[in-house]
Design a protein around this ligand. Sequence first.
Ligand code: DMJ
Length: 458
Amino acid sequence: MMKFAWDNYKRYAWGENELRPLSRNGNDGRTFGGLRGASIVDSLDTLYIMGLGEEYQEAKEWVENNLNLNVGGEASLFEVNIRYVGGLLSAYYLTGEEVFKRKVVELGKNLLPAFNTPTGIPHGVVNLASSGLSDWWSGGDLGRSSVLAEFGTLHLEFVHLSELTNDPIYTEKVMNIRKHLNQLDKPRGLYPNALNPVSGNWEQHYVSIGALGDSFYEYLIKSYLMSDRTDEVAKRMYYAALEAIENNLVQRSPGGLIYVAEWRGGILDHRMGHLACFSGGMIGIGAEHGSPETRQHQLDLAANITHTCHESYRRTPTKLGPEVFRFDDGAEATAPRVNERHYILRPEVVESYMYMWRLTHDPKYREWGWEALEALEQHCRLATGFSGIIDVYGHIIQHDNLQQSFFLAETLKYLYLLFSDDDLLPLKDWVFNTEAHPLPVIPRNCSQEKGHRPNWTH
Ligand code: DMJ
């Protein structure tokens, strides 16, 4: 599947960000501010891990010769960080090829202007070329919010940038975000999704572990794990946030399904996004590091959420899950609203299968992964690549004409790992960034004594 996705990208969209398989051309979008080749950078580690040597070489050569980082245009700090910085970092750590280090260091420097706000909470958009905040930002509407899942999903990559460059600036930037969030008042211990980067205050009280919130929580527990379990602040913040989520958001449906609702100023919205399904895996990996009394409870919660997400797939004729599923007006893990029925090749459900498989070795996770894989083959494979679909309940399949780069970075990688032995990227040595790019744990004595750096490469 990876080779097929890659070959078609190469044939119809080489150098562009993503493949549009129906129209047989490329998609550039505006998210990456003029950066190109998102599917190439996002695929480097997947190709390498899967042993697709020739394809990996092509990708590496493209990065070496064609990845131009001095582009004008407004880029999403978050998207560039998780896909490009994450992709280049993990390619470097896996292969030891200097070109990836050179590129990622240059790119990291170009992202720093995003932090030039009164609070240091970065703005969501950065102009990669102008060495300044985006025009959009300086245009004057200072009331625009920064998004929790965006400024809260930089920590892993930025700590590694400091490790690689020996320059503390990257770690300082993300530690400042951490400190700010830690000392802010939180409604019922919950983190709202939007913060004003000028005043430093929450903008509204909308809380979600799906869209706009998700990977902030993921990066707390993963920061702790990546620090070789020395980052106690991240650990405390993670377990406190999880407790607040359990007390306020976790629900049981009339039919007995456990789900995580959203919260709008104190009122529950009984919906769960596909994006929120990563939380099964997150709570699973966190379970063994919390207090011993909560361990089994957290593992059960992780298994229950993963089960609910599987139900959202199982209850459709295509066996692929909708973008949003609901638990109100008689709905139970289904999507009554027509505009919430799409599946865009997202990874979160198979991501949780992979973690739960590694944690429990319960064969059902491989069975569920195989069901998803067969459904992808049946409904998302076209002659010219893979595509998302418009309605997972439809009997006639309509395609959305996009092979997302995260399909190659995440969905296919997590499926591959689900069916691989545990010693391929063992979870005790690697953490996956939110785009599934593996980053090595920084051994505790190495981060304390600079100069005794580990050799993470083969
Ligand atoms: C990916 O880019 C990342 O997983 C991100 O955290 C959320 N959205 C997509 C995949 O669904």
